[in-house]
Design a protein around this ligand. Structure first.
Ligand code: NAD
Ligand code: DAU
Length: 352
């Protein structure tokens, strides 16, 4: 196809961004990763593509308009995929400032420069260009026992993180309606898989279970998340970016609702089977209920029928197949996560 031959990916050194970059480079597209390399950014996640013809990396901040302007002028993308963000809810509770700057001011800065760049293109390049904003289901707030988040569900963000993402979604929408910038948007549920930073529930549980450390479960562990394997999300993002209708948003979800306690128990069972350790004993014994997250959303669940009906997307992993792959990936890739452990602040959850 002639679309998305040159893709600028913000946040491409992060968990989902690196999965997107690896996918696009494998397909032979020219890719520029634009990433500040915060604590969450990691060039080791891009080792597979580093040095590949057509692949480039730029260390830069999305709040730096001049740097982004120069990157657009030099790289001349026909697609910008915007994944750079502060992504961890607990960190947003401890210190919202970086979330306001990166997620809101950073997104505004990109939109401002993307519009200037888009206006400079000739008519056919303008028609091809897309700005894809990647967002979260957390903007919709929380669900009771029933119901699913749809694209037209009202926004009700409850954490500083989700409020900052909601603000960024609204800015992107406004740049489409007011200025005509050809944007597409997507809101996805919880991702898991390889290269996930070990502050998040699933990699934290795997690594603590491996080492026989406590497995912190907030509150009673009854909160529900809808889990999607990261490569299934990357496939959805490619479809949305290249074939989604400008101005539209698409929900992405895994149809895999699980209570946190059940996620942790499933990981314990896999670890006991794959790496039994007599000194540790059954890993479920490591589960430790800790203080609940303030404002903890009870349940997220996605209705992805728009994406499936319009663009034909279906996830390829079940939770069972994806979690097994994920555990094995962490067991085989100590070289990736060992250096990260020092960067994870366990004291924050009372487990120093
Ligand atoms: P992540 O925290 O793993 O990675 C974020 C990346 O952005 C890092 O490489 C970091 O260095 C970079 N970054 C942060 N601030 C930056 C700045 N100011 N300038 C340039 N780069 C900066 O995040 P993730 O889990 O891969 O999430 C990616 C995107 O997808 C985010 O927008 C997030 O809101 C969204 N999302 C995540 C999930 C999930 O489950 N992880 C689900 C739905 C949506
Ligand atoms: O829904 C999409 C969102 O999923 C993304 O927008 C976020 O960027 C991403 O971080 C993720 O947010 P969550 O808050 O759902 O993910 P986290 O892994 O932090 O927590 C998952 C659930 O597990 C949540 O209910 C809180 C709970 N939890 C988390 C941690 C880190 C625990 O019980 N113990 C823990 O130690």
């Amino acid at each position: 196809t002639s679309i998305a031959q040159r893709v600028l990916v913000t946040g491409g050194a992060g968990f989902i961004g690196s999965a997107v970059v690896r996918r696009l480079v494998r397909q032979g597209r020219a890719v520029l990763t634009y990433d500040k390399l915060t604590y969450a950014g990691n060039l080791a996640s891009l080792a597979e593509v580093n040095g590949h013809a057509g692949y480039q990396f730029l260390k830069a901040d999305i709040c730096d308009g001049q740097a982004f302007r120069a990157a657009l002028q030099e790289f001349r993308p026909d697609l910008v995929m915007h994944l750079a963000a502060e992504s961890h809810v607990d960190r947003s509770i401890d210190g919202p400032g970086d979330f306001i700057n990166t997620n809101i001011v950073g997104t505004y800065t990109l939109l401002d420069e993307a519009l200037r760049y888009w206006r400079s293109l000739d008519a056919s390049a303008q028609k091809r260009f897309r700005f894809h904003h990647i967002s979260t289901d957390e903007v919709f707030g929380t669900l009771g026992a029933d119901g699913l988040f749809r694209e037209d569900t009202p926004y009700q963000p409850n954490s500083p993180y989700s409020a900052s993402k909601a603000a960024s979604d609204h800015l992107v929408r406004a740049w489409f309606h007011t200025y005509g910038l050809p944007v597409v948007m997507s809101n996805c549920s919880n991702n898991y898989g390889p290269y996930h930073f070990p502050e998040k529930l699933i990699p934290l549980t795997i690594l603590n279970a491996l080492e026989g450390k406590p497995l912190p479960v907030y509150g009673k562990g009854e909160n529900v998340r809808d889990w999607l394997y990261v490569d299934d999300h990357a496939a959805a993002l490619e479809l949305i970016a290249t074939r989604g209708r400008p101005g539209e948003s698409y929900n992405v979800g895994g149809n895999n609702e699980r209570r946190n306690i059940d996620v942790v128990r499933t990981i314990c069972a896999i670890m006991d089977r794959v790496v039994p350790d007599a000194a540790i004993g059954p890993r479920e014994g490591l589960i430790t209920f800790v203080a609940d997250r303030p404002g903890h959303d009870a349940r997220y669940a996605i209705d992805a029928t728009k994406l499936t009906n319009e663009l034909g997307w279906e996830p390829s992993e079940t939770f069972e197949s994806g979690i097994e792959k994920t555990v094995r990936w962490y067991l085989d890739n100590g070289a990736w996560w060992e250096p990260l452990k020092a960067r994870y602040d366990r004291a924050r959850i009372g487990l120093a």
